[in-house]
Design a protein. Structure first.
Length: 135
C-alpha cells in the first residue's frame, strides 16, 4: 500500500503536483512555483528551459515514489499521473504490454539478421524467441 506519511520535502512537492493534475510533465514540475521554492537557483523568470540535472532529479524522485513509497505513478507522452482505480491500471497494463511486445519483436528481428549475417548467437534472444512465437 502507499506510504506517503514519511515523504521527504521534495518527494512531497512532486507527489502533490502529480496527484493534483490530470497529467503533468517533468518540465511543468520543474517550472512550478512549489518546486522553485526548493530551488531558488533555477531562474524561471528568465524563461530558460530547466537544466537536464533538474529533470534528472525529478525523474529520480518519481522513481523513488514508485519504488520506495509504492505510489502508483504512471506516465506516457503527456506526463505523469497517479492511478486511482483498478480499471485505469488494467488499461495502462494492456497498453504497455502491447508496446513491450512490439519492441521485443523489433529487437528480435535485428538479432535474427545479425545471427544470419555474422553467425553470432545470444542465449538471451534464443530463449526469448520461444516466448516471442507465443505473442
Amino acid at each position: 500500500s502507499m506510504n506517503t506519511t514519511t515523504l521527504t520535502p521534495e518527494e512531497q512537492i512532486v507527489y502533490d503536483l502529480i496527484s493534483n493534475s490530470k497529467r503533468i510533465t517533468q518540465i511543468q514540475i520543474a517550472k512550478s512555483a512549489k518546486w522553485l521554492g526548493r530551488h531558488p537557483k533555477y531562474e524561471a523568470h528568465l524563461n530558460i528551459p530547466p537544466k537536464a540535472s533538474t529533470l534528472r532529479k525529478i525523474r529520480q524522485i518519481v522513481r523513488d515514489l514508485r519504488i520506495k513509497r509504492n505510489v502508483l505513478i504512471l506516465s506516457d507522452d503527456e506526463g505523469y499521473w497517479v492511478v486511482n482505480n483498478r480499471d485505469e491500471a488494467v488499461e495502462y497494463l494492456q497498453r504497455i504490454e502491447k508496446m513491450a511486445k512490439a519492441q521485443a519483436r523489433a529487437w528480435h528481428e535485428t538479432y535474427s539478421a545479425m545471427r544470419k549475417n555474422f553467425n553470432i548467437n545470444s542465449d538471451y534472444f534464443d530463449s526469448q524467441s520461444i516466448q516471442l512465437q507465443l505473442l
